[in-house]
Design a protein around this ligand. Sequence first.
Ligand code: C2E
Ligand code: MG
Ligand code: MG
Ligand code: MG
Length: 288
Amino acid sequence: RAKSDGRHTCSFFEPAMDVEVQARRALEVELRRAFEEEALEVHYQPLLDIASGEVTGFEALLRWNHPQRGEVQPADFIPLSEEIGLIGPMGAWVLMEACREAATWPEELRLAVNLSPAQFRGRDLRLDVVVALEASGLAPTRLELEITETVMLQDTGSTLETLHALRRLGVRISMDDFGTGYSSLSFLRRFPFDKIKIDRSFVQDLPDEAGSLAIVKAVAGLGASLGMATTAEGVETPAQLKKLREEGCLEVQGFLFSPARHPREIPLLLERLRNEVRPAPKRPPSAA
Ligand code: C2E
Ligand code: MG
Ligand code: MG
Ligand code: MG
């Protein structure tokens, strides 16, 4: 009977759909409330110079500690915030919050902030950045903005203009998750990125998997010849670190050093990393 009756078949799925839609609506309401009540936090993951082992800066990563659900992953709420138009104000808040935090760090440390494609649309992103820099007093040269190729895929004209305008402020631009999209390579020609971040998916199978190794080798070489720094994300083992060093990658980030931490833990984290992560220097340190 259900087969011959389309409406009946359809209604079979409706309760499940309702549950999904309702769960999404609930999450949406909770996310808006969390943002308004300042229940979101920005945590910070260190980036290290591969040659000296010194911390070069931190990447700001958004955290939502939900009272019932626990830690909700950015992957589960950033796309939602984009759909409901919350990413604009939320992104501006992250910039402001992170710049204020970074302004309290030692001056040689930089701050990396992720940007969503939606932040380039219907919003003056350059103004958000200017306001955050001025309010915090952070030097523009200490700020790096990370974009993925999905940013480059949209209405390229005004996106490129915004990127150039940000660049003129003195801010650096990094290409995040390099190699995971379809046209990462062509975007390197369209915009002079300061840094390429090699996606974790290529790092995780090092040092032995031939395909990943070939890609890491190629990207490190590409970065060197284009004058772009290369950072490997998701470094979890000493063997991966060794390989990345051999391939000429300049900077590393990953659980081997530390996951993202609450800002209050940064002073201790810096102290620990200064003592622990000291790869043998190739040359005597006197030159530095
Ligand atoms: P991403 O920018 O590529 O950030 C790196 C992600 O890899 C972070 O996940 C980090 O916790 C994780 N990670 C770092 N090292 C390791 C490792 O050694 N092993 C493993 N397994 N993972 C590692 P997270 O914090 O869950 O963020 C996921 C993504 O969400 C980010 O990817 C970024 O695209 C987005 N995101 C996070 N915060 C923000 C934000 O404030 N604004 C925007 N627009 N996007 C954000
Ligand atoms: Mg990133
Ligand atoms: Mg990344
Ligand atoms: Mg990534």
